[in-house]
Design a protein around this ligand. Structure first.
Ligand SMILES: [Mg+2]
Length: 315
């Protein structure tokens, strides 16, 4: 394989210490609406795409699905710095792109025009851009490319797939909603459910009640977010975290709660939906991002404008 080429543009945003910061990497198609441009790339080829991006380099791109989440993350940084001007444990946002640097100027300009604090823009020509995630200490990766997301998960980085959608995100504290099984937790109980049905899953849960569940693909990110959350009191926190699970509280809630406690993961509110649709509760929460491994849950959330990210389970 040819050696990967990469161009990293450091912006004049104050550099954060990658060992202490909570680094989030988003791809250009996750943070901006590049659907038209992507279509042009696919149908007319790279040259036409590069030309289009160069001609339009001063025309800002519209907001994509992950935009509101990144904006809310910046709001948390402001609050962290108000609390402690020397704070090192800040969010650090990187944009990762398969675009070449010559077509990337529009991305850099768009981020600037929208007032986004992006510390690094990485324009990588390699097909598997996720090889850079570990070296940048990335704790969450959001991409519109399923292969990218699977590669990241296989590298042990919390990652989720973003689809272009209409977004109605509030201008409030950062709100993050997680599904339980196969997202925060491992998919062990899901697998029993698929093999043995609800009765089998209930029996398994009763037998395993005292044993914490395994780690799911988003656990690492949730733990880092939880550490940040712990710096604030509940009333003053610029971060709110939610668990929205299909588990029933009565039969399957105990093990979930015990696991969160064992991990020391602070969750502000937990909803045990007992298999009911998650849409109504999500529309009340109004999260900036909702992580789930079920496509039907993602589609339900998208239908009401909730920015959603699929954690694929069959990579
Ligand atoms: Mg699930």
């Amino acid at each position: 394989m040819a050696e990967a080429e990469s161009t990293v543009i450091n912006t004049n945003v104050k550099q954060k210490d990658p060992n202490e910061a909570l680094v989030i990497a988003v791809t250009t198609r996750a943070i901006f609406n590049l659907e038209e441009e992507h279509e042009l790339f696919v149908t007319k080829g790279k040259e036409a795409f590069v030309m289009h991006q160069q001609v339009n380099q001063d025309k800002p791109l519209e907001q994509g699905t992950a935009f509101a989440f990144i904006q809310a993350v910046q709001f948390v940084n402001e609050k962290l710095l108000e609390r402690n001007p020397e704070e090192k444990g800040l969010f650090d946002v990187i944009i990762l792109s398969n675009n070449s640097p010559e077509s990337g100027m529009r991305i850099v300009n768009s981020a600037k025009q929208h007032g986004l604090e992006i510390s690094k823009f990485c324009f990588v020509s390699d097909e598997d851009s996720t090889q850079y995630l570990k070296s940048h200490n990335v704790k969450l990766f959001l991409s519109a490319d399923r292969m990218d997301v699977c590669n990241a998960l296989q590298r042990g980085v919390s990652a989720a797939l973003i689809f272009q959608q209409e977004v109605q995100a509030p201008n409030t504290q950062l709100r993050v909603a997680f599904d339980g099984d196969a997202v925060l937790f491992s998919d062990e109980t899901d697998r029993i459910f698929q093999e043995k049905g609800l009765e089998g899953a209930l029996e398994y849960e009763r037998a395993m009640e005292a044993v914490p569940m395994g780690e799911g693909p988003l656990k690492a990110f949730a733990m880092h977010l939880g550490e940040m959350r712990k710096k604030f009191s509940q009333e003053s926190s610029p971060i709110r975290t939610y668990l929205v699970t299909a588990r029933s509280g009565r039969d399957m809630g105990i093990r979930a709660i015990k696991t969160l406690r064992e991990w020391g993961l602070p969750i502000d509110e937990a909803f045990f939906m007992d298999g009911a649709p998650k849409g109504p509760i999500l529309s009340q929460i109004q999260p900036h991002i909702f992580f789930d491994d079920g496509l039907h849950n993602i589609q339900g959330a998208q239908g009401i404008g909730i920015p959603s990210a699929l954690v694929p389970c069959n990579c």
